[in-house]
Design a protein around this ligand. Structure first.
Ligand code: ARG
Length: 401
């Protein structure tokens, strides 16, 4: 096999990806490990992470702010698709992976690396998402996955790191495995592996507990144009500021927590805790506006396709022909998803209390009203029902004894 001289490693600053640096150099005999850390709005200090990679032996350590494309190109399509995996998980982690993969591949091409690498283990969904996305975008690149191969326990990984001069983590060891970005946090492992053990309050950061949330309800309005959220309480915001604002509003009122058993791509069930106040709130509001602006049959077809869309993203198939084709349908439906949704936030709830669309509403007051403005043709109902009920009458008649 051709010797790999240069690799780009997706880097988070954690133990596993730090150990990947000396491991790739030693065990894979690679000259240069270039690390890449993405800023996805996780709020980590990125400069220490950049330096940490160099200390662990990286020849270059790159950090890119990808928050804008993350929200515009990945989160907003998910909102337009009302994407909830298995009806619940808003894909906050899954949506980040194809973007990181895309940037990894770009960097590899820019610096002439023959391979890319990531620190995912062999049990999760993220490895599937990275590997598939990379192979779709750059089939010529090799994907190295040290953590999937080395078979070291956490203690062994730390010891291996120490032998290469990587200090053991100093912070109090958390039993949890956490992934976070501007769209949400996922918390797994430790005591949560028992599906009957309730999550303790300290694991949450984006959402307040019901007890600590304000006694008073707060009413907010979210405006959409062509299916994209554009304003909060009448104030236009750029996509990133808007998501930050909705996270803050939902989180303050304790909205957006999930505690679920989820079916992973690799065939196992896992217990997952999520908090994703902004994304869940935006999907809820968007769904509501669609109920006002989309025709009944379009709504029903879209609901079926949405499940497929969410499955594709979860299963690592962002770059795939079916995703591409579903997007064409979804984008077409969004042309008239314009208007506003009013929501009451209170004690963990987000209750829809109003919706309006000046140009695109299919709700006709003079058809719906029970008042004197009623324009519905009541007599026409008789003929309609006569024909509509014909199959039932024929069937019932034939079966009479
Ligand atoms: N179960 C979620 C998903 O598959 C969260 C994964 C979190 N990833 C991680 N490396 N901790 O999208």
């Amino acid at each position: 096999m051709m010797r790999i001289k240069k690799v780009v490693l997706a880097y988070s600053g954690g133990v596993d990806t730090s150990v990947c640096i000396p491991y790739l150099k030693k065990e894979y005999d690679i000259e240069q490990v270039v690390t890449f850390a993405a800023d996805l709005g996780q709020g980590d200090e990125l400069e220490p992470i950049r330096r940490k990679a160099l200390e662990a032996g990286a020849s270059h350590s790159l950090v890119d702010d990808l928050i804008k494309p993350f929200i515009e190109e990945f989160a907003f399509p998910a909102i337009r698709a009302n994407a909830l995996y298995e009806g619940r998980y808003p894909l906050s982690t899954a949506l980040a992976r194809p973007l990181i993969a895309r940037r990894l591949v770009e960097i590899a091409d820019e610096i002439g690396a023959e391979a890319v690498a990531h620190g995912c283990t062999g049990k999760g969904n993220d490895q599937v998402r990275f590997d598939v996305a990379i192979s779709a975008l750059a089939p010529h690149l090799k994907v190295l996955t040290p953590a999937r191969e080395w078979g070291m326990s956490r203690e062994e990984t730390i010891a291996y790191g120490e032998s290469c001069g990587i200090p053991a983590p100093v912070s109090k060891k958390s039993p949890y495995s956490i992934d976070l970005n501007l769209l949400g946090r996922s918390i797994e492992a430790g005591p949560l592996e028992d599906p009957m053990t309730a999550p303790s309050e300290e694991i949450f950061e984006m959402t307040s507990s019901i007890i600590d949330s304000p006694e008073d309800a707060e009413e907010i309005e979210i405006n959409f144009e062509r299916g994209n959220p554009v304003a909060i309480n009448g104030k236009a915001l750029d996509p990133v500021s808007l998501v930050r604002k909705v996270n803050q509003l939902g989180g303050k009122h304790g909205f957006g927590r999930l505690d679920i058993i989820e079916n992973r791509v690799v065939g196992i069930k896992s217990r997952e805790i999520y908090e994703s106040p902004g994304l869940l709130l935006l999907i809820k509001a968007h769904q509501e506006l669609e109920s006002l602006t989309l025709a009944a049959d379009v709504l029903r077809m879209k609901a079926q396709l949405e499940r497929h869309w969410a499955d594709l993203i979860y299963q690592g198939l962002w770059f795939s022909p079916l995703k591409d084709s579903l997007d064409a349908f979804i984008d077409k439906t969004q042309l008239y998803v314009n208007g506003v949704v009013r929501i009451r936030l209170h004690k963990g709830n987000a209750i829809i209390i109003g919706r309006d669309s000046i140009n695109s509403s299919l709700y006709l007051p003079n058809m719906a009203t029970y008042g004197k403005e009623d324009k519905f043709n009541h007599q026409a109902a008789e003929g309609f029902i006569y024909i509509w009920g014909m199959p039932s009458r024929i069937w019932a008649e034939k079966r009479k004894g």
